[in-house]
Design a binder for this molecule. Sequence first.
Ligand code: RAM
Length: 878
Amino acid sequence: MTPYGLTTEQRTEPLGLGETRPRLSWKLRSDRRGAAQTAFRITAALREQDLDEPSRLIWDSGRRMSDDTLLVAWDGPALQSATRYHWRIETWDEFGAMSGAAQTWFETGLLHRDDWSAVWIGRDPVNLPLVDPPTDEERSFPDPAGAPLYLRQSFDISAQPVRARLYATARGVYEPSLNGQRVGDLELAPGWTEYHRRLQYQTYDVTKQVHAGTNVLAAIVADGWWSGHVGFDPSRPARHYGVTPAFLAQLVLDFADGSRQVIVTDGGWGERPGPIRAADLLMGQFVDARRSSWDDDGFQPVAVLDTEPGPLVAEPDDPIRITAELPATIVDHREDRVIVDFGQNLVGRVRLRVRGAEPGRRIVLRHAEVLADGELYLDNLRRAAATDTYVTAGGDETFEPQFTFHGFRYAEISGYPGELDPGDVSARVLHNDTSFTGRFTCSDPMAEQLQANIVWGQRGNFLAVPTDCPQRDERLGWLADAQVFAPTATRNADVSAFFARWLRDVVDGQDADGAFRDVAPIMVLDREGAPAWGDAGVIIPWLLWRTYGDRRTLERSFDSMAAWVEHIRRHNPDLLWRHRTGNSYGDWLQVDAETPRDVLSTAYFAYSTRIVADAADVLGRTEAGEYRALHDKIRSAFIDAYVGHDGTVEGGTQTAYLLALGFDLLPEELIAAAADHLAADVEKRGNRLTTGFVGVPLLCPVLTEHGREDLAYALLHQQEFPSWGYSIRHGATTIWERWDGWTEHGGFQSAAMNSFNHYSLGSVGDWLFGRVAGIDQAPGSVAYKELLLRPTPGGTLTWARAEQETARGLVRCGWNLDGGQLTVEVTVPPGSTAVLEIPTPDPGSVCHNDAPVTAVPSARGATLRLTSGRYTFTATSY
Ligand code: RAM
């Protein structure tokens, strides 16, 4: 049994950590039946080789008799800034034998305010227009704060440092360089947070990029979210945080003799405009390559903007990176323009190679998710120009914008000199670099395409914050979208640190009355959150606890979670949530089935209250009883107001039933009747759904839970409108915002709101893993300690399987039907146990490796209790 996958603060080898008591985790791997950790020991040292020297350890936890593997808090000496710590984990197995060891490191960032001596520099806002502003031709969009800043400073050092770190951030987005070479591989740093509350700095190891002699530290800084266009409000399109971008950096050089030299941003730096004449996240980038980047001419002294570094925090999660590059095919070629297809609706930008153009040729790239009559369909981008322009320098050149991103599958390239070779154009995919380790596969290509569409929606929209969409002038951190999709996201990737970080924005956005907002960071919409939107502030911390065992985030969020529930209670003394519902969106983008808003909101009120009660229990808070009692009262109020004696739920929509059933809001004796009403509605519509964002995550899970997996599968396989299959049949490679984004009968939905890359309706992914393949955890389990494996053959599938890297290790579950035989294969990681339900009409037929096993007959087959290990069972199939 070996430890692997070591993380510090849920990240692999983080550079520049801000937590003063970081939490250490490891996973376990073993093929042995019943493998489990019984004890562990953590040791830490300042140098890797010192881990082998007992006298040089700075921390030794001693052997702790514990099965903990998750988020064990640092208990060594107080951490110093800018220091690398190596730590090793040793584990003991169920026989008490030492079973394995592994090691890793983390490095602290600048932990204290006075570690910073850098000051903010930029262009004096008063003189902005004077410094070579972009011409009308260069600015493809209104209201630029000026061309991006090219900032630089040279410095001399007498020796090669043994260690060099750059700590940097921007008001805007930045790309640092040293001696003409780009530093790091981060994109759109510092990301987007509630900037006036928390601004993230990044840490770079630049030891190999500095040398004895004269060096030049430089950065390009563009508007980004700070001063560029964000959101959809035409009356306030840009400059949400500030008028002009700025830069803050500190380069720390440590020499072999123990001395240290620090280079900081200050009034001695120079600034001038460069080849990037305009750059904006929504609008695009304009590059005039004829202008030189960094030669000595024309640098003016910078303005010192601010001496207080402000609310700086170390970037706590995986940064944005380029994670893939997709090739293009040419789909249309006319005189002066080519349309290329990357085969996938994606988020990122185009990289283009140009050979032998004359200087000054203007190449324009426009981007679209879909084509209409062979041309780019641009209407749904609204105000987002998503246009990149390159003016060639001449020669052999490669263009790729770095301070913008687009949501697109197609690009139109005009002005390209000569014949475009498809090998000279590619799409580069951008997102927060969370590790995608989940897999779902099955015998139905359409269901596999659905899974691919879900994953691509996640990739494209986990960019700085969980966004609703990546292409139009919106791209906001909508709370409901995030909470309905979050369980699915955890299947596909490790999103623990990503969500924990974004939750801080959610909490920062809470108002004095306890209301969360609809979006975080707050942008455009500064009103109280709507039902199912604001509730994300309660649901996601709980999800992170359940999925990853992240108790610290739950603790930090608890008061806000309770305050949200109190906010609702205060304004709704009869416990039906009808007042202060913000911009109540209802079951957003449902089809032809309006769920009464108060049914939806009251259901969510109950659900959030139950979570607060459960969270209080976990945290040992005294409020648990009070919230449980409140939950019971809301539930009674819900039943009195909305539930009929025949199990009907007010409104009678699928979503009304799904909320009542899924959130456990029905009296025991009416559950079966309500489930029948739900099933009848699906059947009456010819196995069609009506659910919007709020209902859809519950749809297949609730049907399956109540014995109607036949209908859940019918919905999965449905290809008529509205369904996932309908969009796939019409070429979707991502999840659409609306079921009717495009239909045969109506063409495109209103361009006023029609994204083809929105993850919300992809929340069915949790069911693909959880029920189709069968990986879930028992109700009270944390971080998949007690697995509930329920492979569920159905529909036209002949096999399905999923793999998921849980916080404790790899879980697998899959099944295969062959003739009359069902084979079930599962992997349970060390330390976890599982309840496996094998769906068979004949529990006596269950065999393990051909030998009969005793399985307990249960309602839906045979139940087995498993310890860790890999198993293959067979049984008679239905
Ligand atoms: C639109 C988007 C978004 C949704 C809001 C209510 O802007 O569809 O995803 O959350 O409306």
